[in-house]
Design a protein around this ligand. Sequence first.
Ligand code: NAD
Ligand code: LMR
Length: 320
Amino acid sequence: MTASQPVKITVTGAAGNIAYSLLWRITAGDVYGKDTPVELALLEIPDAVGAAEGVAMELNDSAFPLLRGITVTDDPEVAFKDTKAAFLVGSRPRTKGMERADLLEANGAIFTVQGKALNAVAARDVRVLVVGNPANTNAYIAANSAPDLDPSQFSALMRLDHNRTLSQVSLKTGVPTAELTKVAVWGNHSASQFPDLTYSNAEVDETWYKEEMIPKVAKRGAEIIAVRGRSSAASAASAAVDHMHDWIHGTEDWRTAAIVSDGSYGVDEGLVAGFPTVSRDGKWEIVQGLELSDFQKERIEASVQELREEREAVAHLLKG
Ligand code: NAD
Ligand code: LMR
């Protein structure tokens, strides 16, 4: 691709909270870079297309040098046609008292439709990041609805959990987040997740790590909902930008990405789970060769078990 050719990027749920932050970061060049023009496609449900048109008006009013055009539509095949990067944000957020799994029925069906549309019309090297919850299982549904795309093209957002871990350690130790290495979050983007400091250079007390930090990070989404009154939006958008940026441009240190398992570390092949990953040659790779303690194995297994149960609960969506 030459610098002057625009890249098509699709954002679903374009009239929602996350998109209101995400679209500005994408259009500023924070994903592909400051020399790559962008063409946006905004997908919404019919009732929210009007509001998405308003978002598009504001994006135009921001006079971004890289913006080359915006399509607003309620048709997934129009939104995903030739798209290189798809942020699947559109879905219902949970409210106070709900667990993310409660969203399975409400949101799961969206991802069969969108997976099929991506399969039919997206660029053959499209990268797909599912943000809408329950993100891992929605990505599993989308990947399984797109037989002509490679499973490695699908991922779910657990970079927010990764960033929350970095932030908690940084607040505790005073070490800037950029100086912390080899942090990862295993499993599901849910309260069962396992933020793992085993290999990191963080110097923290074991009791604080196991009894305070892990539950704090795992329940941070609920804490934000309780305090803010709505689910996290700008931090989720920022994490989504980090994820797609690193997927495209590569990483030196570990990042957390939820990707389709190849069976590593006892995670069933095909499940979409958070792993310690690096991005090389445009692909997420699971860090191999780690020795796991009993504590780590138990924590990973508990979260993977939840993913298996979610897979069972959505099996009917993938029949036929
Ligand atoms: P929101 O309600 O503000 O916006 C969601 C938008 O999606 C709405 O405008 C809605 O009309 C649209 N939508 C619904 N179905 C759609 C469909 N089939 N196609 C296109 N658009 C559709 O919600 P939000 O705060 O932007 O959050 C969106 C999702 O992201 C929620 O499921 C939330 O739980 C999830 N989330 C995930 C993470 C993460 O780390 N993985 C973090 C925060 C939020
Ligand atoms: C989060 O982690 O903030 C999001 O997944 C929203 C939620 O429901 O917790």
